[in-house]
Write a protein that binds this ligand. Structure first.
Ligand SMILES: *Cc1c(COP(=O)(O)O)cnc(C)c1O
Length: 344
């Protein structure tokens, strides 16, 4: 094997490039002006996802950050409070968007690998009192990025759903990797549609589309979401070329997510056997987060791997993250395992 030629990009599942089949679908898409609601491919994508999750309506947007931020704005008023885990993408990686876009405050909880429970949430819901911000929204993430791809079962979500109903709060799902969770649980997506007021679905993560996320919600929510998308500059025109990639991804790249999960498990198992690896989170889906021992500097480790053509990210103190995806094959996994055994 020519080591200098193989490039294994484990930095993120966003690095995938459209396959020839996907490009063909994009090339031949029928498009129109989506601001007028006239792009039939965008409409087809939105319809496909809303039916899959059993929700009223859907809105195609340029990014997962935008779908989440729109949802948070739909479900809160200024001075309200959003409850989420401290690892949540909506809090950590959306540039302070909750404050900027929604003028809301955030209550951060410490879940199990990013997963919240009704017992954790309930005591953090503010009572009606002018001193306190109004607790109006809970955001869950599934799978949890910083939880190493941990996922919820429906049994775990159900009590949170009931709590939100009881307290008159909305429940939003950051489902950037919801299909990774569904690949493991085999749950019916309509159960998600039943329990959540909003769901963000990413097409450009594990599903391999170049761009795009879809927000799902009630007719009223999506009506409001359209206004907010517009004011954010996200009203787009012949977006059907991108929606075609999303439809292709849903048709061809969902069933293969299990391969990514298998690859992640192989990596995690091998990492646990290496002297310089202190710990590794269980690889529940397509994300492997592991900890280097004190003798290893994470930046130097990333550089060392890069020298062998393997790209990855350091992920906080002593932590490294590998993400498997559509463009990682088993040959690349074998090469990564060999390389890891060689370096120290
Ligand atoms: C990637 C990601 C998003 C959305 O990110 P964009 O880059 O804006 O598409 C949202 N939530 C989670 C958990 C993610 O990993």
């Amino acid at each position: 094997m020519n080591e200098t030629k193989m490039v294994v990009d484990l930095r993120s599942d966003t690095v995938t490039r459209p396959s020839p089949g996907m490009l063909e679908a994009m090339y031949s898409a029928k498009v129109g002006d989506d601001v007028f609601g006239e792009d039939e491919t965008v409409n087809a994508l939105q319809n496909k996802l809303k039916h899959l999750f059993g929700m009223d309506d859907a809105l195609f947007c340029p990014s997962g950050t935008m779908t989440n931020q729109i949802a948070i704005k739909c479900f809160t008023n200024p001075m309200d409070e959003v409850i989420c885990d401290e690892t949540a993408h909506v809090y950590r990686y959306e540039g302070g968007g909750i404050a900027f876009n929604s003028s809301a405050s955030v209550r951060l909880l410490n879940g199990d690998r990013g997963r919240l429970t009704a017992d954790l949430i309930e005591p953090q819901i503010n009572p009606e009192n002018i001193h306190y911000p109004k607790s109006t929204l809970v955001v869950l993430e599934n799978t949890v990025n910083r939880g190493g791809g941990s996922f919820y079962t429906l049994d775990q979500i159900e009590p949170i759903y009931h709590l939100c109903r009881l307290k008159n709060m909305s429940l939003h799902l950051d489902g950037a990797r919801i299909f990774n969770a569904l690949a493991e649980t085999n749950d019916n997506p309509k159960e998600y549609g039943r329990m959540f007021d909003g769901i963000s679905v990413c097409l450009s993560k594990g599903l391999g589309a170049p761009v795009g996320s879809v927000l799902l919600g009630s007719t009223e929510t999506i009506q409001k979401a359209k206004r907010i998308r517009k004011v954010l500059g996200g009203g787009w025109r012949q977006a059907g070329f991108l929606a075609a990639a999303g439809i292709y991804a849903l048709d061809h790249h969902v069933n293969r997510l299990k391969d990514d999960h298998r690859h992640a498990k192989v990596l995690a198992e091998a990492l646990l056997g290496l002297a310089f690896v202190k710990s590794c989170m269980p690889a529940d889906t397509n994300i492997v987060i592991f900890e280097l021992d004190e003798k290893h500097n994470p930046e130097e480790f990333v550089e060392k791997l890069a020298h062998h053509g393997i790209k990855c990210n350091s992920f906080g103190k002593q932590m490294i993250r590998f993400v498997t995806h559509l463009d990682i094959n088993s040959e690349m996994i074998d090469y990564t395992l060999e390389t890891l055994k060689k370096i120290h």
